[in-house]
Design a protein around this ligand. Structure first.
Ligand code: HXC
Length: 258
């Protein structure tokens, strides 16, 4: 498929997906969403060990496309929200970690997209917010749930009820982003983290992601039992044999992802 609104570059086993709809500040219309769905569910293969999702200098994503939403009936708006939610779930459940490298605005659906990623790294110029209440609507791509789970209910309620925008430093302070860099450093630092992740045992990293994602929706006893199941799965891998053997032989492990 030829993408009109994004590019996907693969170097070794790291993919960089860049949203490219700068005239509308990368606003998510149905076409952008369907390209995002395609790239994560059909284009990227099991060999990929980490993905960086980024935008353009001014905007990561300024939200769902307000002009497109304007023409929707309530039923269509529900379908739009659901289809976006399912696409964001495919990013959340992608086999390898996804790092959101947030350059500029991450508002509404843009903040929700960053929240569906595993890790968020921001440029000093990034701005975050859920401004939906300014438009008479609510977050509909998972924001009420993922923001609450990420920063806790107190801060999530404040951001969602006031519609206030916060800068990168405040986003860092409340745990919405992991680190803040200059705009020039942002991609290089994201690639550095992606390379570190990609150098580890891929199946183990993938199982860690599964344990965190699925365990966070279970009660603690069930979640740790699930962790034990996945631990055993990692233990039966070739990479476990290689990793432990390499430690004993004082050499660098070479992982194959099996
Ligand atoms: C459609 C958008 C857009 C959006 C910006 N644009 N955001 N188009 N949907 N979400 C367009 C503008 O209309 C304009 O195009 C161009 O991008 C540049 O934007 P400006 O407003 O001129 O830039 P600036 O003055 O710098 O302001 C930047 C901004 C502002 C603060 C980010 O654009 C803004 O407030 N955008 C809306 C943010 C928002 O409310 N997001 C939440 C959407 S609701 P033209 O052609 O007019 O010049 C949402 C719901 C998710 O996300 C759940 C759905 C189920």
């Amino acid at each position: 498929m030829e993408y009109k609104n994004l590019t996907c570059e693969i170097q070794e086993n790291i993919a960089t997906v860049t949203l490219q709809r700068p005239k509308a500040l990368n606003a998510l219309n149905q076409e952008v969403l369907s390209e995002l769905r395609h790239v994560f569910t059909e284009h990227l293969t099991r060999e990929i060990r980490c993905v960086i999702l980024t935008g353009s200098e001014k905007a990561f994503v300024a939200g769902a496309d307000i002009k497109e939403m304007d023409g929707m009936t309530p039923l269509q708006s529900r379908q739009f929200a659901r289809s976006g939610q399912l696409i964001f779930e495919s990013i959340e459940n992608f086999h390898a970690p996804v790092i959101a490298a947030v350059n500029g605005y991450a508002l509404g659906g843009g903040c929700e997209l960053a929240l569906a990623c595993d890790i968020r790294i921001a440029s000093e110029k990034a701005k975050f917010g859920q401004p939906e209440v300014n438009l008479g609507i609510i977050p509909g791509f998972g924001g009420t749930q993922r923001l609450t789970r990420t920063v806790g209910p107190g801060k999530a309620r404040e951001l969602i009820y006031t519609g206030n925008t916060i800068d990168a430093q405040e986003a860092h302070r409340i745990g919405l982003v992991n680190a803040v860099y200059t705009p020039e450093e942002l991609l290089a630092k994201s690639v550095e983290m992606a390379k570190t992740i990609a150098s580890k045992a891929p199946l183990a990293v993938s199982l860690c992601k599964k344990a965190i994602n699925m365990g966070s929706n279970m009660d603690i006893s069930r979640a740790i039992e699930f962790e034990a199941d996945l631990f055993a799965e990692s233990f039966s891998s070739e990479d476990r044999k290689e990793g432990i053997e390499a430690f004993v032989q004082k050499r660098k492990a070479s992982f194959v992802g099996k």
